[in-house]
Design a protein around this ligand. Structure first.
Ligand SMILES: [Zn+2]
Length: 64
């Protein structure tokens, strides 16, 4: 009996390479907000849920 070594912890959807939080500054150079950026499609948002998955990347890959 052979046992296939599956990887149960592997996510069904590979998480996009999201970097952040990055510091965002206002026009006076003061810290204003934080934002996250998807390195795959370049989407930038102040919504921290981007860390869990980029909605634009998950919709489809028509970026090409
Ligand atoms: Zn993306």
């Amino acid at each position: 009996m052979s046992t296939d070594d599956h990887h149960p912890r592997r996510a069904t959807r590979p998480a996009p390479p999201v970097s952040g939080p990055h510091a965002g500054y206002d026009r006076y150079g003061r810290l204003d907000h934080y934002y996250w950026r998807c390195e795959r499609c370049g989407l930038e948002t102040t919504d921290s849920t981007l860390e869990r998955g980029c909605p634009r990347c998950e919709e489809g890959t028509d970026a090409r």
